[in-house]
Design a protein around this ligand. Structure first.
Ligand code: PGA
Length: 240
């Protein structure tokens, strides 16, 4: 496991983007596992800037981690909408090469469809954030490490954390479709980014605590190619 502690958000984004850029340059048909949330935004900005100059995503495929149940692609808080506005519309990737779970149909059927899709698109890298409770994607504490794509009822801490994006906390969807932990672990390389002291406990538990479902991100200890990029706040409780 490689751990970088960046001096600020800009450096964190640059280091993390470097890993994505290397893959896209060495394999123009690579499959990128992408994530939503605030932390990846700097990486997506760098991807867009570089694409305008020299890097093409015309044949890249992307697979996202999760989506709220009930929100359509045009809802401004859906993760499909987030990806389109923050990345896909700013790079030259054809939209049909981008995959995000569909939150509008039958969730169970959508989980099976997504599993089948993942089996045909082995990811070269999977970008991840981490929740203050140690979740990865919407895999909340207690999720079995063997899980595949499934629907979840969000924990209160996740609803509280995501309420900042909605007009009121009552509008935050209570359910989501998420790639499972087994699916996340299937990517060749995992790239986790985290900022801020509010993530410090989760990071310490994930990287140095026992690897078990009480902290979903602790599964990363069992993967053989993991890159972690933190700012000083997120790293503040790590003891080496
Ligand atoms: P954040 O979300 O990047 O907005 O902090 C991360 C997560 O909850 O997985």
């Amino acid at each position: 496991m490689k751990i970088f502690i960046a001096k600020d958000y800009e450096e964190l984004s640059t280091i993390a983007y470097g890993y994505i850029k290397d893959i896209v340059k060495s394999n123009p048909r690579a499959v990128l596992g992408l994530a939503t949330g605030s932390t990846p935004l700097g990486i997506y900005r760098l991807m867009a800037e570089d694409c305008a100059q020299k890097i093409s995503y015309k044949e890249i495929r992307t697979v996202n981690l999760d989506e709220y149940v009930g929100l359509s692609a045009t809802h401004d808080q859906s993760y499909r909408y987030f990806m389109q506005t923050n990345l896909f519309n700013k790079i030259d990737i054809p939209l049909q090469n981008t995959f995000v779970p569909d939150g509008t149909g039958d969730p169970v059927a959508e989980c099976r469809r997504y599993d089948a899709l993942l089996d045909t698109l082995p990811r070269d890298i999977q970008l991840l954030g981490i929740g203050t409770n140690g979740h990865i994607a919407f895999n909340e504490p207690g999720t079995p490490f063997e899980s595949r794509t499934h629907t979840v009822t969000l924990n209160q801490s996740t609803i509280d954390a995501n309420a900042r994006f909605f007009q009121s906390i009552n509008e935050v969807p209570r359910r989501a479709i998420t790639m499972g932990i087994k699916d996340i672990m299937a990517a060749k390389r995992l790239l986790l980014v985290a900022t801020g002291t509010n993530k410090a406990d989760a990071i310490a538990k994930a990287l140095k605590g026992k690897s078990d479902p009480s902290c979903p991100a602790s599964v990363l200890q069992q993967h053989n190619d993991v890159v972690i990029v933190l700012d000083q706040g997120a790293a503040s409780k790590l003891v080496f």
